[in-house]
Design a protein around this ligand. Sequence first.
Ligand code: FES
Length: 107
Amino acid sequence: MKKVNVVVWVKACSVEFLSSGTIKQFYIRDCEVLLMNINHKFFCLDARCTHAGAPLEEGQLDGEVLTCPWHGSQFQVTDGKVIKGPAEKRLKTYPVNVKDDSVFIEL
Ligand code: FES
């Protein structure tokens, strides 16, 4: 039997809940993801650092660069790429859509 991946848009929160410059972690459909608002653009990435699993919600956001709180790896928020190690693997990103004052993530 052929396996079918089902893609679902899930409501994460209201737009008001996530003010510009903030990061929040969500548990949705067994996924730990980070949702962030950068100048009213929303981005979603895996919530754990690819180096050793640090909780990136505790990281530092500077523009579109997220710095891991444990060993300082830096990731580009827009595409999850590693800017600075020790992490070598990029963060997975998820499409985000805003509709009717709510933020939805595609999982
Ligand atoms: S756990 Fe993030 S850089 Fe080590």
